[in-house]
Design a protein around this ligand. Sequence first.
Ligand code: DSN
Length: 415
Amino acid sequence: MAESLRAADSKVQRAIDRERERQESTLGMIASENHVSEAVLEAQGSALTNKYAEGYPGRRYYGGCDHVDAIERLAVERAKDLWGAEHVNVQPHSGTQANMGVYFAVLDPGDKILSLDLTHGGHLSHGHDVNFSGQLYEIEQYEVDPETGYVDYDDLAARARQFNPDLIVSGSSAYPREFDFARIGEIAAEVGAFHLADIAHVTGLVAAGIHANPVGVADFVTGSTHKTIRAGRGGIVMTSEEHSEAVDKAVFPGAQGGPLVHNIAGKAVGFGEALEPAFAEYAEQVVANAKTLADVLLDHGFGVVSGGTDKHLVLVDLRESHPDLTGSEAEEALDDVGIVLNANTVPGETRSPFNPSGIRIGTPALTTRGFGEEQMRTVGELVVDVLDDPEDGEARRRAAAEVDRLCEAFPVYDD
Ligand code: DSN
C-alpha cells in the first residue's frame, strides 16, 4: 500500500511528469483552462477519492461521512460568500452536469429551451443535437448581431415570443462580451420561462465583482469551478431557496450517483483562495491582459469578434485578414511554437466545426503564471508573427525561443 506511483506504475507517472513539463514549457491559452494551486492539487489527489457519500451533508446513504460532510459544507458556505446565492449545490461533476441538474429540476422531456447558438459562442449543453440537451428538449437558438458581434436582444425577444420557451439560457463558451442578464430575465418573465445563467467561463470574474452577477436575477446560475475561479474540477448550481429541493433532487439522485468528494475538497480549497483579496487583483489582470491581447491583434489587422472583449477571452475571426488560414491550421502553427489554444467556430461560420474559421484565445492560465500586460503584448506579437506567415521557419524559431524565455521566467509550480 505504501508504494509511490513512481514505483508502482512508472508508465502513468512518466505521462504525468510529461504533462506537467508540457504545462511548464508552453503557454496555455485555452480559455477554459487554468493552473490550480498546489493546495487544490493536494486536496484533489487525496484519500477522499476512496469515499462514497450519496446524499447531502447530514443526509447520506453511507456511514463514515462526518469528514466529507464538513468539507462539502465548507465548499457550500464559501460559494455562498463568493457569489451571494441562497442555495448552492457543489456536487455536479462538470458544468454540463450542472446544466443537466437545472434542466431535470424544472423541465420535462419535450419542453422548450431558447439558447445561444454554438457557432455564435454557446455551449454543447445548451441544446446541441449531439448532446443530451438537444436530444431531450426542443431547442430554438438566438444569435449575435452579424455587424456588432453582440447578442441581438431584440431578435432574442422576438424568438422568445414566437417560440414560447420553458427556459432561456444566457451564457456561453466563446462569447467575448458580458450578457445583459437583467434584460434576458425580463424577456423570460414576459414569456413565462425560467432563466438559467450559465457562467461557466466567468465564475471567477463574477466572484471578483468585475463581471455582472446573475445570482438573484436569473432563477438558476450554473458554472464550472476550474476555469477562471481556479478551484477543484467540476460544476456548481446556485439558486434560491424556492428551487433548492428540486435542484438537489435533480443532481442526486436524478443525474448523478456518488459525489466526487476529492473534487469537492478541491472546490472548497479554491473557493477559500478566491475569497482572499489577491484573487480580485488576479481577476482584474485576467481581463486587462485579454484587452491588451485584443488590442495587439486589432492593431495588426486581425478580425476580433465584437471588436474586443469584456472578459478573459478573445475570439479571432481569420476569414478577412488571413483568408487562406483556417482555425485548425492556426492552432497547429501556434502549437508548434508552444502557444496552446483552440480552433473555434465564429458567428456566421462558413467552414466546419472540425476546421473552423477562428481561434479562441484565453488569458486565465498565463495570468496565474504572473503575466501582465507587457508579457501579453509580447505574446500577442508572437501570435501575429506566426500567423502572418506560418511557413516562415525563422519566425517560428524566434517565437519558440521567446516562449521558452517566458516559460522560464514565469514558472507554474515552484518545483
Ligand atoms: N470545454 C469547455 C470550453 O472549452 O469552453 C466548455 O465545456
